[in-house]
Design a protein around this ligand. Structure first.
Ligand code: ADP
Ligand code: MG
Length: 729
């Protein structure tokens, strides 16, 4: 058995970098080649169709039905010119991946042949047979009708040989069955609410956009090693494996050169990204061995999110070309860093002002403070919900572990912003006259941007950090659909801004001047949301105690964390912002609990199988070799000599028995716990049973297997070890 392990290790370590087809042209020539962007629209659509479509996109209106056929015709011609044979409505079910059902363009021509056909109806709306997507009971199976409808704010693209049309996915009752629908609603809500507040400072503002810049972390593993690890193949993470003697202690990976095989892969990936209009920009090694990151230039949130989902498909495909497998799981390896997907988020007006960036004038800085303080208040009020929005069975392994954001949401501001806030909080309005002075907030405001960018990013332990002109939501997991976090955040901020605006209006209607009203409201928000502000070490145990004292949500059980979606404050917030109804929230939670259960269930099964069929037989075989040896010693040597000679072997034999016995017993316990949990009807209670009664057994089983790994003859050990998986040659 071990010969397989040595064979795959050999294969992996001897593999050479694969050549990359580097296009002869510069990126500006092929960037967006496979995207039906405005330039292609202009080229392929009649002038009046182009006008109607781009006007609808700009004004956030639906596509006029009378031009749908014409758009479809142009899109089809473009797609066929670029090698597409199929089309699909590409949507985002609640499973954290994307779904697509491909149809060929071909149709009967009535003469025994075919024509390639595509029309407005097929473009705009589809009825995918998608009754098997999780929907939390909103759409029961006899009413299995869901509709997908083109989201014209995200351009169609060609992936492989398929024209992909980004769509929303809703039930026949209009309930959302996906991530995109509530995301678009949340972006609308924050646009309206933030525009109203921004107009207090600049009456010309018409729209506020939400921006997202994600940083995707991932691991690479050679395909040969991957295929010898059933746990990686089936669950995306290693369920066992003793720590490698060398892992990330030396920090040599982070600063090291990118291995040539990986560099070839990254180059290939970047080229593919650019062809698909994903503005990939930054690539580097991450902290853990074999861990890397890719970050694009930030874009409007809806498009950025589509691009992240597309990237997650693309990266898997390109990795295969280079004989790698990409691991997007939040914690593929115990004991070293996990992977996140920092969500850099900001709001900006259509007048080009980033609302979380300090400005040059006192007026701009009052606006900056207004928006920052409202974000802090929203995050404070909904800290439990925001945690729920990023929580999953897989991210749970990463959060609260020693290198990742803790499972408590707090905001890091950095000392400069903290100083400004505390000064506003403790001064009277008259004392803040320098807000009106040339220098602004006593601090030399014109220099704030540079200083802040330099100083704010130091605290890596914070789940939500102010980073100079944006906030960085770092708790988001590497497999997540960013929409989940972006829905909760944008909606919560929208709710807060609506409330803020109405308070300001009430004050000014009562005769207060605007500056006074703003400062009063800002001050009261700073006081009210004090508890969310924490610049200290988020990994420390003192913080856990302190956070609980401050009333922040400290729950660590994933199924319980999801309850936050059904708190009255969340239901009200999603209702007033028009983002989700209580029915939708309840349905989504059913899906979340079900997904949690299924993930743990699969892991538990795989672990049980590996423990019983891979590990125990090998441990027992090794033990019997030792027993054989002891027997032979006894046969050859006098009793007292034999006893001292075989003492250490006898101890090992006993140790092995202890561990194999414990594994056997714990697997049985785990199977019983699963059987019992499976009988529970309620999805929530079932998930809880898995969390409370199944997960702990998995930890125990792993502990004993990892001990055996250190005892059993290396030649016999069946699974590639961490030291082999984690170092690309
Ligand atoms: P880091 O030091 O965190 O790696 P980077 O400068 O690499 O920071 O930026 C990380 C991500 O943040 C990139 O995707 C970048 O485009 C994005 N970003 C920068 N400014 C903003 C902003 N104002 N709003 C949203 N995202 C932004
Ligand atoms: Mg960052």
């Amino acid at each position: 058995m071990s010969s397989l392990r040595f064979k795959v290790v050999d294969e992996a370590f001897n593999r050479k970098a694969d050549p990359v087809q580097i296009p002869a042209e510069r990126p500006e020539k092929y960037y967006g080649k496979y995207v039906f962007n405005r330039q292609k629209m202009f080229e392929y659509l009649p002038a009046e169709t182009f006008e109607a479509l781009t006007a609808a996109i700009d004004n956030k209106e639906p596509l006029p039905r009378n031009v749908a056929d014409s758009v479809a015709e142009g899109m089809k011609r473009w797609a066929i010119d670029n090698g597409a044979r199929h089309y699909t409505h590409w949507f985002q079910p609640l499973t954290e991946t994307t779904a697509e059902k491909h149809d060929a363009f071909v149709d009967h021509d009535g003469k025994g042949g075919v024509v390639e056909n595509f029309n407005g109806k097929l473009l705009v709306q589809q009825e995918p047979d998608a009754s098997s997507f999780p929907n939390g009971g909103i759409r029961n199976t006899f009413e299995a009708r869901g509709y997908s409808a083109w989201d014209i704010s995200s351009p169609a693209f060609i992936m492989g040989n398929t024209l992909c049309i980004p769509t929303i996915f809703i039930s026949y009752t209009g309930d959302s069955l996906d991530y995109k629908t509530p995301l678009l609603r949340a972006l609308n809500a924050v646009d309206r609410a933030a525009t109203a507040v921004a107009r207090l400072f600049d009456p010309e503002v018409k729209h506020v956009k939400s921006y997202l810049g994600w940083e995707q972390e991932y691991f690479l593993v050679d395909e040969a090693l991957y295929s010898a690890r059933p746990d990686l193949m089936l669950t995306g993470r290693t369920l066992m494996g003793h720590e490698s003697a060398k892992n990330q202690q030396l920090d040599d990976h982070y600063f090291g050169a990118i291995p040539s095989r990986v560099e070839a892969f990254m180059l290939d990936l970047e080229i593919e990204c650019h062809k698909l209009g994903i503005p990939a920009k930054t690539r580097h090694n991450e902290v853990a061995p074999n861990q890397f990151e890719l970050a694009p230039i930030f874009e409007e949130t809806n498009l950025a999110n589509d691009h992240n989902l597309l990237l997650m498909s693309l990266i898997a495909e390109v990795a295969r070309r280079h004989h790698f497998r990409v691991l997007l799981h939040e914690k593929p390896f115990a004991g070293i860093n996990g992977s996140g997907k920092h969500n850099n988020w900001s709001l900006g007006t259509d007048r080009g002002v980033l609302l979380f960036a300090p400005g040059k004038t006192p007026q701009q800085n009052l606006q900056f403070i207004t928006f920052v303080v409202n974000v802090m208040a929203a995050v404070h009020r909904h800290n439990a919900l925001l945690k729920a929005s990023i929580m999953s069975a897989t991210n749970a392994h990463r959060l609260g572990a020693n290198e990742a954001p803790p499972a408590i949401i707090s905001i890091f501001t950095g000392s400069q912003l903290a100083d400004i806030l505390s000064r506003i909080a403790t001064s009277s309005n008259d004392e803040l006259t320098d807000l009106n002075s040339k220098e602004g907030l006593r601090l030399n405001v014109s220099q704030i941007p540079e200083i802040m960018l330099d100083n704010t990013d130091r605290n890596r332990t914070s789940p939500f950090a102010f980073t100079g002109n944006r906030f960085e939501f770092r708790a988001v997991g590497s497999t997540a659909n960013c929409a989940s976090a972006m829905i909760a955040l944008n909606a919560a901020v929208a709710e807060q801004l609506i409330e803020f605006k109405s308070n300001i209006d009430r004050r000014t209607a009562g005769g207060e001047n605007l500056r006074h009203a703003l400062l009063e409201e800002i001050r009261s928000l700073i006081h009210a949301s004090e508890a969310i502000h924490f610049d200290g070490n988020g990994y420390s145990d003192e913080w856990k105690t302190e956070a609980a004292r401050r009333g922040l949500d400290c729950e660590t059980s994933v199924p319980v964390i999801f309850d936050a979606y059904l708190r009255q404050s969340s239901i009200d917030m999603f209702r007033t912002t028009g983002v989700m109804t209580q029915v939708e929230l309840a349905a989504r939670n059913e899906v979340k609990w079900e997904m949690y259960t299924k993930k743990v269930q699969i892991e538990a099964r795989v672990l049980g199988d590996l423990a019983l069929n891979h590990i125990l037989p090998v441990a027992i075989r090794y033990q019997s070799i030792l027993l054989d040896n002891v027997n032979k010693i006894n046969a050859v040597f006098p009793a007292d000599t034999a006893a001292s000679m075989s003492a250490s072997e006898l101890a090992t034999i006993e140790d092995i028995s202890r561990h194999t016995g414990a594994i056997k017993a714990e697997v049985e316990r785990m199977v019983d716990a699963r059987r019992e949990a499976n009988r529970i009807e309620s999805e929530r209670e079932k998930a809880l049973a898995y969390h409370d009664n199944v997960v702990p057994s998995m930890d125990v089983i792993r502990y004993h297997i990892d001990k055996l790994e250190l005892m059993v003859d290396n030649e016999m050990w069946p699974l590639p070890k961490y030291r082999e998986l984690l170092f690309i040659r």
